[in-house]
Design a protein around this ligand. Structure first.
Ligand code: ADP
Ligand code: GLC
Length: 479
């Protein structure tokens, strides 16, 4: 039985700021269903202990960074028994605010140390199997928060496990000033261009890339995009040099959580044979938002982090025009203050047609997906994107820019048609795509055909776990 330690800084349903949590909550489960022994490891942020089963073992890993002892707490997820280790260190992880930022949205000043300590704990249990009486075959790292684990393993001469690093987003590269490198307890010689050095700083993500046996990213298209300067965020050179160990494996959906026929968060369930019930969800959503409840106009939706990545400034540009044509907009999101203000302003101008909720609301995101007609995702880049996959299942047609995972999953025209796609990251191109969307919406038969098509796609984890098993196995064969 293959043994995999899956390390992530957020795991649904324990804590979530974006798609990484969804993936970390679902891929390990899919692998366990295929017979793998997968165990999770995550920092013990405030409130996490209340969400897992009672701790049944505590191991003291010592105080390698001089900020307090690192404790490894052994538990499991109540929903599905997956074993999880929580790395506890009061000074580093028990804080108000999110996993990465404080209550004002500012990065914690010691993030390098917080995630160095987490990564150190990951590497420590990989390289000392007696600590937990378990030897992982694969250390599966995710994003910059776990990248330093690959560096520790390398510096300690790890022979025990193969290291896989999955890039969910290259933009967050975990780079910090050079003087902070000396806090990491890594040998000085690793601060060079073949190691962690990144334009005079050090990058925790680069560590995860350089010292991994395999690098994956979350869609085939993003895997090729990141080899170019435009999408490479300064790491395209490094990635190109290591292209032989880079693959793109598309994310999946946990359809137990995200299916309109059994979603417990919806008042009315529906499937592709009862699309009229989606209309009821639309009415309920419009009522909940206090909008005009005529169902004959298209309702556009957005569920998103509000960041430059997501291209939502383009939506602000075209929306007044779309609203004048009778569309409505329902948005759930938070992030960039300027974007938040822009959407709130739009709501003020069009109170009958625009509803904006700033914040993070898991339950409402399901009702929104079920209630809107189309979901807007005009991303400048999108490693995979999960909201378009959820939308498809809910018969909500995605309107996307052709990039990354959006390009791999949403198609306009032809047999595969399940949404609307535009090329250029411009307000004009988005506007044209929205015109095509509204035109299709006015043709009820065509729209329903597209909805049925969209709902028939299978983007489940089951469809991609064999790719993961194949990758892990090839690494073990090469050892
Ligand atoms: P990213 O990880 O870049 O944010 P994804 O599309 O991969 O983008 O995943 C986003 C995840 O976060 C989805 O599960 C989406 O429903 C959820 N999400 C984003 N913003 C919010 C919000 N404000 N409230 C609730 N869920 C949100
Ligand atoms: C990142 C990406 C998103 C991807 C998610 C899960 O947050 O921005 O595109 O779907 O990770 O892999």
């Amino acid at each position: 039985m293959m043994k995999i330690l899956f390390a992530a800084s957020e795991i649904y349903p324990l804590i979530k700021t974006g798609g990484l949590a969804d993936v970390a909550g679902a891929l390990p489960l899919a692998l366990r269903k295929k017979g793998c022994d997968v165990r999770l490891i995550m920092p013990a942020y405030n409130g996490i202990l209340d969400k897992v089963a009672p701790i049944h073992n505590t191991i003291n890993l010592g105080n390698p960074f001089g900020v307090g002892d690192l404790l490894l707490l052994e538990s499991h997820l109540p929903e599905n028994d997956t074993p999880i280790w929580l790395v506890q260190c009061q000074a580093l992880f028990e804080r108000d605010g999110g996993p990465y930022v404080d209550n004002h949205g500012l990065d914690y000043a010691d993030n390098h140390l917080r995630f160095a300590a987490f990564s150190w704990a990951v590497a420590h249990i990989i390289s000392n199997s007696t600590v937990i009486n378990w030897q992982a075959d694969i250390a599966h790292l995710n994003d910059w928060q776990t990248g330093l684990a690959a560096a520790y393993l390398h510096s300690w001469g790890n022979q025990d496990s193969a290291v896989v690093t999955t890039v969910h987003n290259l933009r967050y590269n975990g780079s910090f000033a050079q003087e902070k490198f000396y806090d990491l307890q890594l040998p000085h010689h690793m601060f060079n261009m073949h190691g962690l050095e990144f334009y005079g700083q050090f990058s925790a993500l680069k560590a995860g890339l350089v010292y991994a046996d395999a690098i994956t990213t979350v869609s085939p298209t993003y895997a090729s995009e990141i080899l170019t300067p435009h999408y490479g965020d300064g790491l395209d050179g490094v990635l190109t040099a290591m292209q032989g160990k880079l693959t793109g494996i598309l994310n999946g959906v946990d359809y137990d959580q995200w299916s309109p026929e059994k979603d417990a968060l919806l008042a009315i369930n529906y499937d592709k044979n009862s699309l009229h019930l989606k209309q009821d969800n639309k009415r309920l959503l419009l009522e909940e938002c206090g909008l005009d409840t005529h169902l004959d106009q298209p309702v556009l939706g957005i569920v998103s982090r509000l960041t430059e990545q997501k291209g939502l400034d383009l939506v602000l540009e075209v929306m007044p025009n779309m609203l004048e044509q009778g569309c409505k907009l329902v948005l759930l999101g938070s992030g960039d203050k300027q974007l938040e203000a822009g959407f709130l302003e739009l709501q003020k101008r069009y109170p009958q047609q625009v509803s904006v909720r700033i914040g993070y609301m898991e339950d409402y995101s399901h009702r929104l997906q079920a209630g809107v007609d189309a979901l807007l995702i005009p991303s400048r880049f999108e490693p995979c994107g999960l909201t378009q996959l959820y939308a498809l299942k809910y018969g909500t047609l995605p309107v996307v820019r052709r990039t990354g995972g959006l390009a791999d999953t949403v198609f306009e025209g032809g047999d595969k048609a399940n949404g609307f796609v535009f090329e250029e990251a411009s307000a004009h191109a988005l506007y044209e795509a929205l015109q095509r969307t509204v035109e299709a919406f006015r043709d009820t038969e065509k729209w329903q055909q597209l909805q049925t098509n969209a709902m028939s796609y299978d983007y489940s984890w089951q469809a991609v776990t064999d790719q993961w098993l194949g990758l892990y196995q090839s690494l073990l064969n090469n050892r």
